[in-house]
Design a protein around this ligand. Structure first.
Ligand code: TXA
Ligand code: MG
Length: 333
């Protein structure tokens, strides 16, 4: 792994590092880079061999398709069959930003990217490093989150290094990411838009623009068909067990687990700040800080040998919906 720091605005040294990273993409090699949500592990989206390297490095099941990252709208047209009017409105409002749209794919998209399916997920990230990497390589970049499959997504370059250090990867270190949870994934390839994953853009904001959206991001029940393959895998999971907790049940839970090493994630507004010997409390000032810190705290708990992570039950709207989706997935055993 080759790791370099990049700061914004770019200095001359940063420009050189970005130019080298763009060459790696053009040569079919892997580059890990910051986006506004989480770090991505990128490769030339039009090169199936390069894309295969992503699956190998992450240990990702090959039936889970990848998001293609672009830097401007001209890059979109050749990758998709058509751009529905509804997509135009969403693009105008939310791109660049943490919204991924699923389109019917064009012939250009290799089957490795779409996992053999007829659609392709595309997003335009807003992070300057991501945009510059795409522009300089003049290629669309396929990139899943840059973690080992199943682990919490990386929100810092250290997390990428932790999971993937033994691979031949160019890592652009742009510091901690801002949003902290992944992009919202919305399927607009059929007439009814379907939310496949809640994320950085609130579904309520999307509905203000295009009206009601079908919610497919709930936990899968009774083996219902899967629209987004990523939804069927255990995900975001630390070694520690994760459990959602109502604040009124907290004291009971704490006494039941008095001999285990515990952590609690809670909003400042709940007023909990007790630190018992076996309990570390992470008090987050806002819901957006909760999202930003969530995966880093999961990883820190593992490093500290925490056995059980309790997470306050947040209301499931806005970013709270995305956070609780990750926490519930992490708590599946
Ligand atoms: O914020 C993000 O989206 C980050 C950054 C790096 O951009 N990327 C990310 O990628 O989270 P990944 O691969 O970890 O998650 C992509 C999700 C998966 O659940 C996958 O199944 C779904 O998007 N997906 C990708 N292509 C799809 C498609 N054609 N149809 C339905 N779901 C798709
Ligand atoms: Mg992922």
């Amino acid at each position: 792994m080759k790791r370099v720091s990049v700061s914004v605005p770019f200095s001359l040294g940063d420009q050189e590092n970005l130019a080298e990273a763009a060459k790696w993409i053009q040569y079919g090699k892997l580059v890990a880079f910051p986006t506004e949500t989480v770090y991505g592990l990128g490769a030339n989206a039009l090169d199936s061999q390069a894309v295969n390297c992503i699956f190998r490095a992450k240990g990702r099941p090959s039936d889970n398709p990848l998001i293609v990252h672009i830097a401007d709208q001209e890059q979109l047209t050749p990758l998709v069959e058509s751009i529905p009017a509804l997509a135009q409105q969403l693009i105008a409002t939310f791109w660049p930003g943490p919204l991924t749209l699923v389109f019917k794919k064009s012939e250009l998209i290799p089957s490795e990217v779409s996992a053999g399916g007829p659609t392709v997920a595309i997003r335009m990230p807003s992070h300057p490093v991501a945009l510059e990497l795409i522009r300089r390589s003049s290629l669309p970049i396929a990139a899943p989150s840059a973690n080992s499959s199943g682990k919490p997504s990386p929100t810092r370059a250290e997390h990428v290094a932790e999971d993937l250090k033994d691979n031949d990867i160019f890592l652009l270190d742009g510091g901690p990411t801002q949003v902290g949870v992944e992009s919202t994934v919305l399927d607009i390839s059929e007439s009814v838009p379907i939310l496949l994953r809640s994320g950085g853009v609130d579904v309520e904001e999307i509905e203000k623009i295009i009206g009601p959206v079908e919610k497919g991001d709930q936990l899968r029940k009774n083996n219902a068909p899967v629209r987004s393959p990523g939804m069927k895998y255990r995900h975001y999971a630390p070694q520690a067990k994760v459990r959602v907790v109502q604040t009124e049940n907290l004291s009971t839970l704490l006494s039941q687990n008095a001999n285990r090493k515990l952590a609690l994630l809670t909003l400042e507004s709940t007023g909990i700040d007790t630190i018992a010997g076996n309990l570390s409390v992470y008090v987050l000032p806002t819901v957006s800080a909760f999202a930003q810190q969530l995966f880093a705290i999961f990883r820190e708990c593992d490093r500290n040998g925490v056995e059980l992570i309790l997470v306050e039950d947040l209301s499931r709207n806005g970013l709270g919906r995305a956070i609780m989706n990750r926490v519930e997935r992490a708590s599946q055993t």
